[in-house]
Design a protein around this ligand. Structure first.
Ligand code: ADP
Length: 426
Protein backbone atom coordinates (compact mmCIF):
# COMPACT_ATOMS: atom_id res chain seq x y z
CA UNK A 1 0.00 0.00 0.00
CA UNK A 2 2.13 2.81 -1.32
CA UNK A 3 1.98 6.56 -0.92
CA UNK A 4 -0.68 8.54 -2.77
CA UNK A 5 -0.35 12.16 -3.88
CA UNK A 6 -2.96 14.81 -4.71
CA UNK A 7 -2.59 17.47 -7.39
CA UNK A 8 -3.97 21.02 -7.31
CA UNK A 9 -3.71 23.46 -10.21
CA UNK A 10 -4.45 27.18 -9.92
CA UNK A 11 -5.31 29.27 -12.96
CA UNK A 12 -4.95 32.80 -11.57
CA UNK A 13 -4.95 36.27 -13.07
CA UNK A 14 -1.24 36.39 -13.88
CA UNK A 15 -0.27 32.74 -14.42
CA UNK A 16 -0.86 29.14 -13.41
CA UNK A 17 0.69 27.01 -10.66
CA UNK A 18 0.56 23.45 -9.44
CA UNK A 19 1.10 21.90 -6.01
CA UNK A 20 1.43 18.20 -5.34
CA UNK A 21 0.78 17.17 -1.73
CA UNK A 22 0.51 14.02 0.37
CA UNK A 23 -2.22 13.11 2.87
CA UNK A 24 -0.47 15.07 5.63
CA UNK A 25 -0.37 18.19 3.46
CA UNK A 26 3.38 18.08 2.78
CA UNK A 27 4.38 19.48 -0.61
CA UNK A 28 6.22 17.00 -2.87
CA UNK A 29 6.48 19.23 -5.93
CA UNK A 30 5.30 22.64 -7.08
CA UNK A 31 5.79 24.86 -10.09
CA UNK A 32 4.43 27.70 -12.14
CA UNK A 33 3.96 28.81 -15.73
CA UNK A 34 3.21 32.13 -17.37
CA UNK A 35 0.38 32.10 -19.90
CA UNK A 36 1.84 32.11 -23.44
CA UNK A 37 0.77 35.19 -25.37
CA UNK A 38 -1.13 33.53 -28.21
CA UNK A 39 -3.15 35.88 -30.36
CA UNK A 40 -6.18 35.37 -32.51
CA UNK A 41 -6.22 38.41 -34.76
CA UNK A 42 -5.72 41.29 -32.36
CA UNK A 43 -7.25 39.66 -29.25
CA UNK A 44 -5.59 37.22 -26.87
CA UNK A 45 -6.33 33.57 -27.62
CA UNK A 46 -7.01 32.50 -24.04
CA UNK A 47 -8.46 29.13 -25.01
CA UNK A 48 -5.17 27.93 -26.57
CA UNK A 49 -3.14 29.67 -23.90
CA UNK A 50 -4.92 27.98 -20.96
CA UNK A 51 -4.97 24.60 -22.67
CA UNK A 52 -1.25 24.67 -23.44
CA UNK A 53 -0.51 25.86 -19.87
CA UNK A 54 -2.60 23.03 -18.40
CA UNK A 55 -0.59 20.38 -20.24
CA UNK A 56 2.70 22.22 -19.55
CA UNK A 57 1.96 22.02 -15.83
CA UNK A 58 1.23 18.29 -16.14
CA UNK A 59 4.57 17.87 -17.95
CA UNK A 60 6.34 19.86 -15.20
CA UNK A 61 5.38 17.25 -12.60
CA UNK A 62 8.37 15.01 -11.89
CA UNK A 63 7.88 11.78 -13.86
CA UNK A 64 8.47 9.45 -10.89
CA UNK A 65 5.62 11.12 -8.93
CA UNK A 66 3.00 11.01 -11.70
CA UNK A 67 2.10 7.35 -11.26
CA UNK A 68 1.04 7.83 -7.62
CA UNK A 69 -1.29 10.80 -8.16
CA UNK A 70 -4.68 9.65 -6.84
CA UNK A 71 -6.69 12.78 -7.71
CA UNK A 72 -6.60 16.25 -9.23
CA UNK A 73 -8.55 19.48 -8.88
CA UNK A 74 -8.40 22.93 -10.51
CA UNK A 75 -9.35 26.45 -9.40
CA UNK A 76 -9.90 29.35 -11.80
CA UNK A 77 -10.65 33.05 -11.72
CA UNK A 78 -14.16 33.81 -10.55
CA UNK A 79 -16.74 34.69 -13.23
CA UNK A 80 -14.45 33.81 -16.14
CA UNK A 81 -17.04 32.43 -18.53
CA UNK A 82 -16.88 30.12 -21.53
CA UNK A 83 -19.66 28.84 -23.76
CA UNK A 84 -19.05 25.42 -25.27
CA UNK A 85 -20.84 23.61 -28.09
CA UNK A 86 -21.75 20.26 -26.53
CA UNK A 87 -21.72 18.56 -29.94
CA UNK A 88 -18.23 19.59 -31.05
CA UNK A 89 -16.61 20.60 -27.74
CA UNK A 90 -15.54 23.86 -29.40
CA UNK A 91 -15.84 27.23 -27.69
CA UNK A 92 -18.63 29.42 -29.05
CA UNK A 93 -16.99 32.84 -29.06
CA UNK A 94 -14.08 33.94 -26.91
CA UNK A 95 -13.96 33.47 -23.11
CA UNK A 96 -15.26 36.44 -21.13
CA UNK A 97 -12.70 37.22 -18.44
CA UNK A 98 -13.34 37.68 -14.70
CA UNK A 99 -13.00 41.47 -14.86
CA UNK A 100 -14.89 42.09 -18.09
CA UNK A 101 -18.19 43.88 -17.83
CA UNK A 102 -21.31 43.39 -19.95
CA UNK A 103 -23.30 46.61 -19.40
CA UNK A 104 -25.68 45.61 -22.23
CA UNK A 105 -26.94 42.67 -20.15
CA UNK A 106 -27.16 44.37 -16.76
CA UNK A 107 -30.60 46.04 -17.16
CA UNK A 108 -32.00 42.75 -18.49
CA UNK A 109 -30.65 40.75 -15.54
CA UNK A 110 -31.85 43.40 -13.09
CA UNK A 111 -35.34 43.14 -14.56
CA UNK A 112 -35.85 39.56 -13.37
CA UNK A 113 -33.26 38.89 -10.61
CA UNK A 114 -33.97 39.86 -6.98
CA UNK A 115 -32.68 43.29 -6.01
CA UNK A 116 -29.02 43.34 -4.88
CA UNK A 117 -28.48 39.72 -5.92
CA UNK A 118 -24.84 38.94 -6.71
CA UNK A 119 -25.77 38.48 -10.41
CA UNK A 120 -26.74 42.20 -10.54
CA UNK A 121 -23.24 43.31 -11.48
CA UNK A 122 -22.06 43.85 -15.06
CA UNK A 123 -19.18 41.40 -14.57
CA UNK A 124 -21.29 38.55 -13.14
CA UNK A 125 -21.32 35.25 -15.00
CA UNK A 126 -25.04 35.66 -15.64
CA UNK A 127 -24.55 39.05 -17.34
CA UNK A 128 -21.87 37.43 -19.50
CA UNK A 129 -24.21 34.57 -20.45
CA UNK A 130 -27.09 36.93 -21.26
CA UNK A 131 -24.83 39.19 -23.30
CA UNK A 132 -23.55 36.20 -25.31
CA UNK A 133 -27.06 34.77 -25.74
CA UNK A 134 -28.40 38.03 -27.12
CA UNK A 135 -25.52 38.75 -29.49
CA UNK A 136 -24.16 35.43 -30.74
CA UNK A 137 -25.23 33.95 -34.06
CA UNK A 138 -24.15 30.46 -32.96
CA UNK A 139 -26.49 27.48 -32.59
CA UNK A 140 -27.75 27.96 -29.05
CA UNK A 141 -29.50 24.63 -28.71
CA UNK A 142 -26.29 22.82 -27.85
CA UNK A 143 -24.58 25.61 -25.84
CA UNK A 144 -23.19 24.80 -22.38
CA UNK A 145 -21.86 27.39 -19.97
CA UNK A 146 -18.61 26.55 -18.23
CA UNK A 147 -16.47 28.47 -15.80
CA UNK A 148 -12.74 28.48 -16.45
CA UNK A 149 -12.10 25.77 -13.81
CA UNK A 150 -14.97 23.59 -15.13
CA UNK A 151 -13.56 23.81 -18.63
CA UNK A 152 -10.00 22.93 -17.61
CA UNK A 153 -11.31 19.96 -15.59
CA UNK A 154 -13.46 18.91 -18.55
CA UNK A 155 -10.34 18.75 -20.77
CA UNK A 156 -9.07 16.16 -18.29
CA UNK A 157 -12.20 14.09 -17.54
CA UNK A 158 -14.43 14.67 -20.58
CA UNK A 159 -17.84 15.01 -18.85
CA UNK A 160 -19.45 18.18 -20.14
CA UNK A 161 -21.44 20.57 -17.96
CA UNK A 162 -20.27 19.96 -14.37
CA UNK A 163 -19.52 22.83 -12.01
CA UNK A 164 -19.16 23.57 -8.28
CA UNK A 165 -21.32 25.87 -6.17
CA UNK A 166 -18.50 28.38 -5.54
CA UNK A 167 -17.93 29.05 -9.23
CA UNK A 168 -21.68 28.90 -9.93
CA UNK A 169 -22.66 31.54 -7.35
CA UNK A 170 -22.24 34.43 -9.80
CA UNK A 171 -24.41 32.77 -12.45
CA UNK A 172 -27.20 32.69 -9.85
CA UNK A 173 -27.04 29.14 -8.44
CA UNK A 174 -28.49 28.95 -4.94
CA UNK A 175 -25.97 27.05 -2.80
CA UNK A 176 -28.35 26.87 0.14
CA UNK A 177 -31.30 25.28 -1.70
CA UNK A 178 -28.90 23.52 -4.09
CA UNK A 179 -30.76 24.48 -7.23
CA UNK A 180 -31.13 27.26 -9.77
CA UNK A 181 -33.85 29.68 -8.64
CA UNK A 182 -37.12 29.69 -10.61
CA UNK A 183 -36.38 33.17 -12.05
CA UNK A 184 -33.35 31.60 -13.73
CA UNK A 185 -34.94 28.28 -14.69
CA UNK A 186 -37.59 30.16 -16.65
CA UNK A 187 -35.04 31.91 -18.89
CA UNK A 188 -34.46 30.67 -22.47
CA UNK A 189 -30.81 29.80 -21.70
CA UNK A 190 -31.56 27.66 -18.64
CA UNK A 191 -30.62 24.53 -20.60
CA UNK A 192 -27.10 25.93 -20.98
CA UNK A 193 -26.53 26.04 -17.20
CA UNK A 194 -24.16 23.39 -15.81
CA UNK A 195 -25.12 20.87 -13.16
CA UNK A 196 -23.61 21.83 -9.83
CA UNK A 197 -22.09 19.83 -6.96
CA UNK A 198 -19.96 20.73 -3.93
CA UNK A 199 -16.29 21.70 -4.44
CA UNK A 200 -13.91 18.76 -3.92
CA UNK A 201 -16.30 16.03 -5.14
CA UNK A 202 -15.31 13.28 -7.61
CA UNK A 203 -16.55 13.89 -11.18
CA UNK A 204 -14.87 11.04 -13.05
CA UNK A 205 -11.52 9.58 -14.05
CA UNK A 206 -8.70 11.13 -16.02
CA UNK A 207 -9.14 10.42 -19.77
CA UNK A 208 -7.31 7.26 -20.70
CA UNK A 209 -5.22 8.81 -23.48
CA UNK A 210 -3.99 11.59 -21.17
CA UNK A 211 -3.20 9.14 -18.38
CA UNK A 212 -1.23 6.94 -20.76
CA UNK A 213 0.60 9.71 -22.55
CA UNK A 214 1.84 11.41 -19.37
CA UNK A 215 2.16 8.41 -17.06
CA UNK A 216 -0.71 9.08 -14.65
CA UNK A 217 -2.72 6.20 -13.16
CA UNK A 218 -5.81 5.12 -15.16
CA UNK A 219 -7.98 5.50 -12.05
CA UNK A 220 -6.80 9.05 -11.23
CA UNK A 221 -9.93 10.90 -10.02
CA UNK A 222 -10.88 14.43 -11.14
CA UNK A 223 -12.64 16.50 -8.46
CA UNK A 224 -14.68 19.68 -8.70
CA UNK A 225 -12.74 22.88 -8.03
CA UNK A 226 -13.50 26.36 -6.76
CA UNK A 227 -12.51 29.98 -7.43
CA UNK A 228 -8.94 31.22 -7.02
CA UNK A 229 -9.63 33.36 -3.96
CA UNK A 230 -11.52 30.57 -2.16
CA UNK A 231 -8.68 28.16 -3.00
CA UNK A 232 -6.24 30.64 -1.39
CA UNK A 233 -8.44 30.70 1.72
CA UNK A 234 -8.54 26.87 1.81
CA UNK A 235 -4.72 26.81 1.62
CA UNK A 236 -4.48 28.55 5.00
CA UNK A 237 -6.51 25.68 6.52
CA UNK A 238 -8.78 27.85 8.64
CA UNK A 239 -11.35 25.08 9.00
CA UNK A 240 -13.34 26.00 12.14
CA UNK A 241 -16.08 28.66 12.42
CA UNK A 242 -14.52 31.85 13.84
CA UNK A 243 -11.24 31.34 11.98
CA UNK A 244 -10.42 33.96 9.40
CA UNK A 245 -7.85 34.97 6.84
CA UNK A 246 -6.93 38.62 6.35
CA UNK A 247 -5.14 39.34 3.11
CA UNK A 248 -2.79 42.33 3.41
CA UNK A 249 -1.92 42.96 -0.22
CA UNK A 250 -2.49 46.13 -2.21
CA UNK A 251 -5.90 46.16 -0.56
CA UNK A 252 -7.24 44.61 2.64
CA UNK A 253 -9.60 41.66 2.21
CA UNK A 254 -11.03 39.51 4.94
CA UNK A 255 -12.65 36.08 4.81
CA UNK A 256 -14.29 34.58 7.89
CA UNK A 257 -15.65 31.07 8.33
CA UNK A 258 -19.13 31.34 9.83
CA UNK A 259 -21.99 29.04 10.72
CA UNK A 260 -24.40 31.67 9.34
CA UNK A 261 -24.72 33.07 5.85
CA UNK A 262 -24.33 36.87 5.64
CA UNK A 263 -25.25 39.08 2.68
CA UNK A 264 -25.22 42.87 2.70
CA UNK A 265 -25.02 44.67 -0.62
CA UNK A 266 -24.33 48.07 1.03
CA UNK A 267 -20.94 46.81 2.16
CA UNK A 268 -20.35 44.37 -0.70
CA UNK A 269 -20.42 41.54 1.86
CA UNK A 270 -21.50 38.09 0.66
CA UNK A 271 -21.05 34.43 1.51
CA UNK A 272 -19.83 31.38 -0.32
CA UNK A 273 -20.88 27.94 0.88
CA UNK A 274 -18.21 25.54 2.15
CA UNK A 275 -20.00 22.27 3.02
CA UNK A 276 -21.99 23.03 6.21
CA UNK A 277 -20.40 26.46 6.77
CA UNK A 278 -20.26 29.83 5.07
CA UNK A 279 -17.24 31.77 3.95
CA UNK A 280 -18.11 35.42 4.56
CA UNK A 281 -16.04 37.96 2.68
CA UNK A 282 -15.53 41.68 2.45
CA UNK A 283 -12.89 43.92 0.89
CA UNK A 284 -11.70 47.37 1.94
CA UNK A 285 -9.88 49.83 -0.30
CA UNK A 286 -7.25 50.47 2.37
CA UNK A 287 -4.08 48.38 2.36
CA UNK A 288 -0.49 48.13 1.28
CA UNK A 289 -0.77 50.13 -1.94
CA UNK A 290 -0.85 53.36 0.06
CA UNK A 291 2.11 52.26 2.21
CA UNK A 292 4.09 51.57 -0.95
CA UNK A 293 3.40 55.06 -2.28
CA UNK A 294 5.05 56.56 0.81
CA UNK A 295 7.74 54.02 1.71
CA UNK A 296 9.82 51.49 -0.20
CA UNK A 297 9.57 47.85 0.91
CA UNK A 298 13.08 48.20 2.46
CA UNK A 299 11.98 51.28 4.42
CA UNK A 300 8.85 49.42 5.56
CA UNK A 301 11.07 46.68 6.93
CA UNK A 302 13.67 48.96 8.60
CA UNK A 303 11.17 51.42 10.10
CA UNK A 304 8.96 48.58 11.38
CA UNK A 305 11.90 47.18 13.35
CA UNK A 306 11.89 50.36 15.45
CA UNK A 307 8.16 50.29 16.26
CA UNK A 308 7.08 49.32 19.79
CA UNK A 309 3.90 47.34 19.02
CA UNK A 310 2.76 47.26 22.67
CA UNK A 311 2.17 51.05 22.51
CA UNK A 312 -1.07 52.22 20.90
CA UNK A 313 -0.46 54.95 18.32
CA UNK A 314 -2.78 57.97 18.80
CA UNK A 315 -2.53 58.84 15.09
CA UNK A 316 -5.79 58.23 13.29
CA UNK A 317 -5.55 57.80 9.52
CA UNK A 318 -7.69 56.25 6.80
CA UNK A 319 -5.20 55.27 4.11
CA UNK A 320 -6.89 55.12 0.67
CA UNK A 321 -5.43 55.43 -2.83
CA UNK A 322 -8.41 57.38 -4.09
CA UNK A 323 -11.63 58.69 -2.57
CA UNK A 324 -14.27 56.10 -1.71
CA UNK A 325 -14.72 53.14 0.63
CA UNK A 326 -17.20 50.28 0.71
CA UNK A 327 -16.32 48.03 3.63
CA UNK A 328 -16.36 48.35 6.65
CA UNK A 329 -17.72 51.86 5.95
CA UNK A 330 -19.99 52.29 2.95
CA UNK A 331 -19.11 55.80 1.75
CA UNK A 332 -18.36 56.30 -1.94
CA UNK A 333 -17.08 59.80 -1.17
CA UNK A 334 -14.81 59.05 1.77
CA UNK A 335 -11.58 61.03 1.48
CA UNK A 336 -8.18 59.47 2.23
CA UNK A 337 -6.83 60.67 5.60
CA UNK A 338 -3.03 60.59 5.82
CA UNK A 339 -2.33 63.74 7.87
CA UNK A 340 -0.90 65.06 10.14
CA UNK A 341 2.49 63.57 9.24
CA UNK A 342 4.75 63.50 12.32
CA UNK A 343 8.45 64.27 11.94
CA UNK A 344 9.42 60.75 12.82
CA UNK A 345 8.87 58.23 10.01
CA UNK A 346 8.74 55.47 12.62
CA UNK A 347 5.80 57.22 14.29
CA UNK A 348 4.19 57.86 10.91
CA UNK A 349 4.38 54.21 9.87
CA UNK A 350 3.24 53.10 13.33
CA UNK A 351 0.18 55.33 12.94
CA UNK A 352 -0.57 53.90 9.49
CA UNK A 353 -0.20 50.25 10.56
CA UNK A 354 -2.29 50.93 13.67
CA UNK A 355 -4.99 52.69 11.61
CA UNK A 356 -5.21 49.83 9.09
CA UNK A 357 -5.42 47.39 12.04
CA UNK A 358 -8.34 49.45 13.43
CA UNK A 359 -10.10 49.25 10.04
CA UNK A 360 -9.50 45.46 10.07
CA UNK A 361 -10.95 45.30 13.59
CA UNK A 362 -13.96 47.30 12.48
CA UNK A 363 -14.42 44.93 9.54
CA UNK A 364 -14.58 41.88 11.81
CA UNK A 365 -16.96 43.57 14.24
CA UNK A 366 -19.24 44.61 11.37
CA UNK A 367 -19.44 40.98 10.21
CA UNK A 368 -20.34 40.00 13.78
CA UNK A 369 -23.02 42.72 13.90
CA UNK A 370 -24.42 41.40 10.61
CA UNK A 371 -24.76 37.98 12.26
CA UNK A 372 -21.56 36.09 11.42
CA UNK A 373 -19.68 33.87 13.88
CA UNK A 374 -17.40 36.16 15.96
CA UNK A 375 -13.75 36.02 14.89
CA UNK A 376 -11.53 33.89 17.14
CA UNK A 377 -8.28 33.67 15.23
CA UNK A 378 -6.82 35.50 12.26
CA UNK A 379 -4.33 34.02 9.80
CA UNK A 380 -2.65 36.43 7.41
CA UNK A 381 -1.69 36.30 3.74
CA UNK A 382 -0.19 38.83 1.31
CA UNK A 383 2.83 41.13 1.27
CA UNK A 384 2.05 42.68 4.67
CA UNK A 385 1.78 39.31 6.44
CA UNK A 386 5.52 38.97 7.02
CA UNK A 387 5.64 42.14 9.17
CA UNK A 388 5.94 40.78 12.71
CA UNK A 389 5.48 44.16 14.38
CA UNK A 390 2.23 44.63 12.46
CA UNK A 391 1.09 41.18 13.62
CA UNK A 392 1.67 42.27 17.25
CA UNK A 393 -0.17 45.57 16.69
CA UNK A 394 -3.08 43.69 15.11
CA UNK A 395 -3.22 41.19 17.98
CA UNK A 396 -3.56 44.07 20.44
CA UNK A 397 -6.19 45.89 18.33
CA UNK A 398 -8.22 42.80 17.31
CA UNK A 399 -7.93 41.05 20.69
CA UNK A 400 -7.48 37.59 19.08
CA UNK A 401 -4.41 35.54 18.09
CA UNK A 402 -2.93 36.67 14.76
CA UNK A 403 -0.31 34.78 12.76
CA UNK A 404 1.10 34.45 9.27
CA UNK A 405 -0.59 31.65 7.29
CA UNK A 406 1.84 28.83 6.47
CA UNK A 407 0.32 28.13 3.04
CA UNK A 408 -1.32 30.82 0.93
CA UNK A 409 -1.02 29.48 -2.63
CA UNK A 410 -4.35 28.77 -4.30
CA UNK A 411 -2.77 25.70 -5.95
CA UNK A 412 -2.25 24.25 -2.47
CA UNK A 413 -5.95 24.86 -1.68
CA UNK A 414 -6.93 23.11 -4.93
CA UNK A 415 -4.70 20.15 -3.93
CA UNK A 416 -6.60 19.98 -0.62
CA UNK A 417 -9.85 19.72 -2.64
CA UNK A 418 -8.35 16.85 -4.65
CA UNK A 419 -7.35 15.16 -1.38
CA UNK A 420 -10.81 15.69 0.10
CA UNK A 421 -12.44 14.27 -3.04
CA UNK A 422 -10.87 10.84 -2.59
CA UNK A 423 -9.98 10.63 1.12
CA UNK A 424 -12.80 12.67 2.66
CA UNK A 425 -12.24 15.48 5.16
CA UNK A 426 -8.98 15.07 7.04
P1 ADP B 1 -1.00 42.33 -4.27
O1 ADP B 1 -2.33 42.53 -3.63
O2 ADP B 1 -0.67 43.45 -5.22
O3 ADP B 1 -0.78 40.95 -4.82
P2 ADP B 1 1.05 41.63 -2.29
O4 ADP B 1 0.35 40.55 -1.56
O5 ADP B 1 2.22 41.28 -3.14
O6 ADP B 1 0.04 42.56 -3.09
O7 ADP B 1 1.53 42.70 -1.19
C1 ADP B 1 2.16 43.90 -1.57
C2 ADP B 1 1.96 44.92 -0.49
O8 ADP B 1 2.65 44.50 0.70
C3 ADP B 1 2.57 46.24 -0.88
O9 ADP B 1 1.53 47.14 -1.19
C4 ADP B 1 3.40 46.68 0.30
O10 ADP B 1 3.02 47.96 0.76
C5 ADP B 1 3.12 45.64 1.37
N1 ADP B 1 4.34 45.31 2.11
C6 ADP B 1 5.49 44.83 1.63
N2 ADP B 1 6.41 44.68 2.62
C7 ADP B 1 5.79 45.08 3.76
C8 ADP B 1 6.18 45.19 5.14
N3 ADP B 1 7.38 44.83 5.53
N4 ADP B 1 5.26 45.66 6.01
C9 ADP B 1 4.03 46.01 5.62
N5 ADP B 1 3.61 45.94 4.35
C10 ADP B 1 4.48 45.49 3.43
Amino acid sequence: FGERLYLGMDFGTSGARFALIDKQGNIHAEGKRQYPEYMSGDTRDWVSSWKVTLFSLLEDIPVHLRSIIASMSVDGTSATTMIIDSKSGETLGRPLLYNESCPDALPIVKSFAPENHTVCSGSSTLCKLVSWWNSSAADKGSAVLMHQADWLLWLLHGKLGVSDYNNALKVGYDPELECYPSWLQSQPYSNALPSVIAPGKPIGHLKEDIAQKHGFPNDCVLCTGTTDSIAAFLAARATQPGKAVTSLGSTLAIKLLSTRRIEDARYGVYSHRLDDKWLVGGASNTGGAVLRRIFTDEQLEKLSEQIDPSEASPLDYYPLQTAGERFPVADPNMMPRLLPRPESDVQYLHGMLESIARIEGKAYSLLKDLGATPVEEVLTAGGGSKNEKWIKIRERVLGVPVSQAIQTEAAYGAALLALKGVEGNI
